[in-house]
Design a protein around this ligand. Structure first.
Ligand code: AOS
Ligand code: ZN
Ligand code: ZN
Length: 426
């Protein structure tokens, strides 16, 4: 299924009058307080987030998997699904592929299909957390950190192959997330595991094309529950520094112990020019991979405040890779992704409204109340008319979820693909 521009134009007509009055009112009041509304809308329109190829079907839980009817059964269908989300939101112009779940059969065909849907290939993800069929060595006791040289070599070779695959598609970054660690005290020698990991990452890094970046993800626990080799941003940063200039830390919002100040981590990494990419999701307890903004939208806003500050002030930090890493098993995956994209845009728009100059003055005057007021004033502004306007100007839907339902997208996908398809993924 492909959504035609005309279909969206027709649907948009219904809500247009209402939107215009909301937008005009907001634009006027923001302009009066010094906000350059067109520039905010331009930034929102430019902001593109990669959709993970593993989030287009219903995710599994530790206990089972309930597939969602009409799930994409192939990479082609996954790209088509992202195309649908992109036509509606105009903000999902990239895909982050997972290898080996999504190895293309025909590279030219997949590139053409993606280009047709205006989708780029963002970071590729390697997988050394599962054993694949016919794989010689097992990752049961770790991959890049394993005490066995043969296992490490196999895991290194896999990462190199992932880079080769990504390179053929036009990707420019590799994301490494390791499940390596231990579940019981004494199981691993921490120093040996870290040293092996560093050396393995260096070997992968040195083999990457010169214009590629390496993103190193960290996570404090799961699937190992006593220790993980890359437990936190400090360890990731240390490993990135050990690799070289094009190795960076990747922050996944769900990979922190409760109440961690993620915005401060973001800020420090950007100051050091070492924040490479982002995995957006939300959580209540751990790595819950829930819809972005569904649990802690204020925390997301504070993170975006630091991102905006960093993008404006930290020229030492490269452009970031924005990716969603969320998937669960109760909502229509495409509706879920649309909600995530909307939440990301809302947090970004609100952060763009913060009067940075006034904030600096209040900080220097130690006017703590004013600092809080400035942040919360921006946070409490309903920015949805700005996001709708950005979509409208680029041919998207005024109300993506409503349009998705009005166009019967899921019903059409079920008609095309059947009820029982199962997407590759967790
Ligand atoms: C795992 O917890 C990490 O967040 C990974 O980034 C990601 O979920 C995985 O690579 C997808 O399988
Ligand atoms: Zn992640
Ligand atoms: Zn995760």
């Amino acid at each position: 299924m492909k959504i035609q521009k005309q279909q969206l134009e027709d649907l948009n007509k219904k809500g247009l009058e209402n939107h215009t009055s909301h937008f005009d009112f907001l634009a006027q009041s923001l302009s009066k307080s010094g906000v350059k509304v067109d520039s905010v809308i331009g930034k929102l329109a430019d902001f593109q987030v990669a959709i993970p190829s593993w989030a287009l079907g219903a995710g599994g839980t530790r206990f089972g998997r309930f597939s969602f009817s009409g799930e994409p059964a192939s990479l082609d269908q996954k790209i088509e699904d992202i195309g649908l989300i992109h036509s509606l939101t105009q903000t999902a112009g990239a895909v982050s592929l997972h290898i080996p779940w999504d190895v293309p059969n025909d590279y030219n065909a997949i590139k053409e299909l993606a280009a047709n849907h205006k989708i780029k290939f963002d970071a590729v993800n390697s997988n050394t957390f599962q054993d694949q069929k016919n794989q010689k060595e097992s990752y049961k006791y770790g991959s890049l950190s394993n005490t066995s040289a043969a296992v490490r070599e196999q895991a290194i070779a896999h990462n190199k192959e992932v880079v080769e695959i990504g390179n053929k598609l036009g990707s420019k970054a590799l994301t490494v997330w390791l499940a390596d660690g231990s579940s019981f005290p004494g199981q691993n020698n921490f120093q040996t595991a870290l040293t092996h990991t560093q050396n393995s990452l260096i070997s992968i890094y040195e083999d990457m094309p010169a214009d590629w970046k390496l993103y190193i993800e960290y996570k404090p626990y799961e699937p190992n529950f006593y220790s993980t080799v890359i437990q936190d941003w400090g360890t990731s940063l240390m490993l990135a520094n050990g690799c070289g200039d094009r190795a960076y830390t990747l922050v996944d919002l769900g990979h922190h112990l409760p109440n961690t100040n993620i915005e401060q981590i973001v800020s420090v990494l950007m100051l050091k020019g070492k924040l490479g990419g982002f995995h957006f999701n939300d959580s209540k307890y751990g790595d819950d991979d829930l819809t972005v903004g569904s649990i802690k939208p204020y925390a997301l806003f504070l993170i975006f405040n630091e991102l905006v500050y960093g993008m404006q002030n930290n020229t030492q930090n490269p452009e970031l890779g924005w990716m969603i890493d969320a998937s669960h098993n109760v909502k229509d995956p495409l509706e879920d992704l649309i909600q995530s994209l909307e939440a990301i845009q809302e947090a970004y728009a609100k952060a763009l409204l913060i009067d940075q100059q006034a904030l600096k003055t209040a900080q220097e005057a130690h006017d703590v109340t004013a600092c809080q007021e400035l942040l919360q004033h921006a946070y409490r502004t309903d920015v949805r008319p700005l996001i709708r306007e950005a979509r409208l100007r680029h041919g998207g839907a005024l109300h993506p979820i409503d349009a998705y339902r009005a166009l019967d997208v899921r019903k059409n996908l079920i008609k095309e693909r059947g009820n029982k398809t199962v997407a590759t993924g967790l």
